[in-house]
Design a binder for this molecule. Structure first.
Ligand code: ASP
Length: 439
């Protein structure tokens, strides 16, 4: 049995809806469908969710929101007409939204209607049952997913239904009102449903044929990743690669359910498989490369640091007291470097420096900015000789000066710090040495 989630671009208009219909009907194991709201039809277009946020804003300011509501209505009407759903209309729902947003305007309620309405159309189009996540997905007092209650409720409900459409992105808050996940949250709903009904696969359909080895905005036509492990994915997405919502892997991962990222516009492409573990080699030693610019390194030096018990803890205390999270911490015998995000750090910089002075009395503190970090990730690097060597010789050939190196003992990734200005050159050099030379 398969749970299938379709992203906004897959459902942007009736033409896309038809492709989705074909995909679902092509495989009777595709039993539970999680739709997003209609996304962009072209690059300058506005997603329905963004229109709904605008509507909520207008309603809260007590402005006239009828123009925005009309715009949203037109998006759905095009889909309904294009699919030839005679006798079906969302007029009642739109009346209800108007009333709700006039009497008690709520942002989450408004935003959730994008998925809700799309789900109603989808259920009608496929002849599947419509299940409202408001009755099955629960959040706790702190606004976090109430995992146990949700899984139990969804699991029970699905036992009674063979084929269903369950809108993504929202559920019921602790106060009994509609509450949404953060943006892109339909991925999480799909994962919850897949986990709750013990699906064989969670198919996540989008507009790309899976994950790419590197960012296509920097590397031309990068190769596709066929199989990636959850842990590799975490490393890469933390470093800026994104296709899937960060929180979407947990409900399926716990049960060893694989996620298959697929392309609605190229349904025959195999896409990328995200799995717990695999014996499959990636073919390139590395699985992916990702990176981000604008980090700062705070270098703390003190003679005989290594024999001073509690030194590291006190240094980190200075960051914690200022509510700054650190990214990496390479160290030497008498030095310790804390890598932080520039935008988080700059405003509190002097406070942190004085706190470190007070807490550990270092010989010196130096701050370097404009640092970019690149993560080279791959399960294949483990026990493979020469990987680091290849990376560094490629960077040397490309005239990139390496400012920092950090390799975890898991050997799953190597983090390299370079200057911001060398970022693109470095990515290209690493990509070329591992992928281009193998093709
Ligand atoms: N429609 C919501 C958004 O645009 C959620 C989603 O698409 O997953 O963020």
């Amino acid at each position: 049995m398969k749970v299938v989630k379709f992203g906004g671009s897959s459902l942007a208009n009736s033409e896309q809806f038809k492709k989705v219909g074909d995909i679902i009907r092509a495989d009777k194991d595709r039993k539970y469908v999680i739709p997003s709201a209609p996304g962009k039809r072209f690059s300058k277009d506005t997603k329905v969710t963004d229109l709904l946020y605008r509507l909520a804003d207008e309603a809260l300011q007590k402005e006239d929101f009828s123009g925005t509501l009309e715009e949203i209505k037109e998006r759905y009407n095009e889909i309904i007409e294009g699919l030839g759903l005679e006798g079906f209309s969302l007029d009642d729902q739109f009346e209800e939204i108007k009333k709700h947003m006039t009497e008690s305007p709520e942002v989450d309620y408004a935003a959730s209607r994008g998925e809700h309405l799309n789900g109603r159309i989808m259920a009608e189009y496929l002849g599947f049952e419509f299940l409202d996540p408001f009755e099955m997905v629960f959040f706790d007092e702190e606004g976090l997913l109430d995992d146990k209650k949700t899984m139990r409720t969804v699991g029970k409900r699905l036992e009674e239904v063979d084929y269903a459409v369950i809108p993504g992105f929202y559920g019921c808050g602790a106060d009994g009102k509609v509450k949404t996940f953060s943006r892109g949250g339909s991925d999480i709903t799909g994962s919850i449903v897949a986990g709750a009904c013990h699906a064989d696969v969670y198919e996540n359909w989008t507009d790309v044929s899976g994950f790419l080895v590197a960012d296509p905005r920097i590397i031309k036509n990068p190769a596709r990743i066929e199989t990636i492990t959850y842990r590799e994915l975490r490393e890469l997405s933390y470093m800026g690669a994104s296709v899937l919502h960060d929180e979407a892997i947990f409900p399926v991962r716990r049960q060893g359910i694989p996620i298959n990222i697929r392309n609605t516009n190229r349904p025959d492409d195999e896409g990328t498989w995200i799995v717990e573990s695999t014996a499959q080699k990636s073919g390139y030693v590395i699985t992916g490369i990702a990176g981000r610019k604008d980090f700062c390194a705070v270098l703390i030096t003190k003679d005989m640091m290594n024999s001073e018990i509690g030194f590291g803890r006190k240094v980190l205390q200075a960051f914690e007291d200022n509510q700054i999270s650190f990214e990496h911490m390479p160290s030497g015998i008498d030095t310790m470097t804390i890598v932080v995000h520039e935008d988080e750090f700059i405003a509190k910089e002097q406070k942190v420096v004085s706190a470190i002075h007070r807490l550990v009395k270092p010989d010196s503190i130096e701050i370097e900015s404009d640092l970019a970090l690149i993560a080279v990730v791959g399960r294949g690097m483990k026990s493979m000789r020469g990987t680091a060597g290849r990376i560094f010789s490629a960077l040397a050939h490309a005239h990139v000066n390496v400012r920092m190196i950090d390799q975890g003992s898991s050997e799953l990734n190597i983090i390299i710090g370079v200057e911001n200005k060398d970022f693109e050159t470095a990515l290209q050099a690493i990509y070329d040495i591992f992928v281009l030379t193998q093709l």
